[in-house]
Design a protein around this ligand. Structure first.
Ligand SMILES: [Zn+2]
Length: 451
């Protein structure tokens, strides 16, 4: 994995190898600029523009994980320098907002009477839900972070296109397909046609049929046409809010063949918004398609991971050095404003610390702690969760270690809303910062070349 390099004025230079970075640090010609992602700063050198080569950042935006690859372009060859997998927290954001809305609704319904209000709210055009906005914001933020550390000359982004209408409803085509699902078609008529005017559960005919949600709305089922079916009054009554499997196990498989479109919808909705923001970055952008990525991956014999998918995006003739380890970056957020913990009914059950810092540490800081003696003797590296007592929890690659005194902790990097997975295994006992971090770098390098 390449090490990012900046000059003494913090301008980005071409990334170098791990060995070169180690030598530069040993000879005091460079110092550590940031630990995550690992960047060194040359002490007394500014490199001319001619020393730079074309460098491309390639992106494979996904709903849960976005793959990022940094490649050096060498004629028709592309040499992989770094692979990054960025794990999003869209589903966490969605759940948190949903639970907040639920609690507010419950509190508001305590009023004696409240007029129904569900149609007096308008969303501005181009509005995206916070969970989707987060995906775009973090990807653009990381492109900018990489730009500060590497002289990017181009961006390639897979503009994934899931054909939602075809996934939902493969049989429509022609004019009907062009104009959208069921344009000019009554839903009820369509369902009668589709389900042959029979109850889907007992096959009874020539009785009034009702529209039934196969996945009940109470279980998160949608009003989409492929979730709807027809049922006679008695079946509909009996089914109630039971799931398909519970009500009619032998028909469940046949009826619920609809694919789950949550992830496809997330990627689809953010596709254009992300592309728009990337093209505003004043770097030439190239678009790739999902089919192209798959073709490149099969032709080059590259396994399927998010980061390697990113490396295969766009026009690729030859791909070299793709066996480099992948840096895992997880979006964690920066904590919550809410200082009151609520129970599931929305009543207070506890209060969080008012202050953000304890003994100079903040939840989310990356720390290196070495415990000299006792039951927890050893060195731990990871994300700290502060406690008022001054005895912290550290989330390491191996798991959470509890009750580490703040006196044994040293800061590796301030909290920035991300968790970086990987163990540095450093000790901080030598004199200079570089000397202290050198074993950490060595350990990191050897760990990386094993993993
Ligand atoms: Zn029936």
């Amino acid at each position: 994995m390449a090490v990012f390099v900046v000059d003494k004025h913090h301008h980005p230079l071409m990334p170098c190898t791990e060995k070169r970075a180690r030598l530069l640090l040993e000879r005091r010609k460079a110092r550590i600029h940031s630990m995550y992602p690992f960047t060194i700063r040359l002490v007394n050198r500014t490199v001319q523009e001619s020393a730079k080569q074309p460098l491309r950042c390639k992106l494979d935006p996904g709903s849960q994980v976005t793959g990022i690859a940094i490649v050096r372009e060498d004629g028709v060859k592309q040499v992989v320098l770094s692979l990054i997998e960025l794990s999003h927290r869209g589903s966490t954001i969605r759940n948190v907002l949903q639970s907040r809305a639920g609690k507010r609704r419950r509190r508001r319904s305590q009023l004696r009477y409240r007029a129904p209000r569900f149609e007096n709210r308008a969303k501005p055009s181009g509005w995206l839900p916070p969970s989707l906005l987060h995906r775009i914001a973090t990807v653009v933020s990381w492109v900018n972070r990489i730009r500060k550390r590497a002289p990017l000359t181009g961006i390639t982004c897979e503009r994934v296109r899931f054909d939602m209408q075809k996934l939902i409803h493969p049989e429509i085509d022609g004019a009907e397909y062009q104009q959208g699902t069921l344009f000019g078609y009554e839903i009820r008529e369509y369902l009668l046609e589709k389900w042959s005017r029979k109850c889907a559960y007992c096959d009874i005919q020539n009785v009034p049929l009702q529209i039934d949600h196969m996945v009940p709305k109470s279980h998160g089922g949608s009003d989409r046409i492929d979730n709807l079916t027809l049922a006679c009054a008695s079946c509909n009554q009996k089914k109630g809010s039971l799931s398909l499997e519970m009500f009619s196990p032998h028909r469940a498989k046949k009826l619920s063949s609809a694919p789950n479109l949550h992830d496809a919808a997330a990627v689809n909705a953010t596709r254009n918004a992300l592309w728009k923001q990337l093209t505003e970055l004043s770097i030439p952008c190239e678009a790739g398609t999902g089919g192209q990525t798959k073709y490149n991956r099969n032709r080059l014999g590259v396994p399927k991971t998010h980061a390697l998918d990113a490396a295969c995006t766009g026009t690729v003739f030859q791909l070299q050095n793709w066996l480099v380890p992948t840096q895992q970056i997880k979006c964690t957020g920066r904590g919550s404003y809410q200082r009151t913990r609520l129970d599931r009914f929305g009543f207070p059950r506890g209060y969080l610390l008012q202050q953000k810092k304890v003994c100079g540490f903040q939840t989310g800081d990356q720390v290196i702690s070495s415990v000299p003696s006792g039951k927890k003797k050893g060195t731990y590296t990871g994300r700290v969760a502060i406690r008022a007592s001054g005895y912290f929890n550290i989330q390491t690659a191996e798991g959470v270690v509890q009750g580490i005194s703040s006196k044994n902790c040293r800061l590796a990097q301030h909290a920035d809303g991300y968790h970086y997975l990987g163990n540095l295994g450093a000790n901080f006992n030598s004199q200079t910062k570089e000397q202290r971090l050198l074993p950490a770098l060595k350990a990191q390098v050897s760990a990386l070349s094993i993993g």
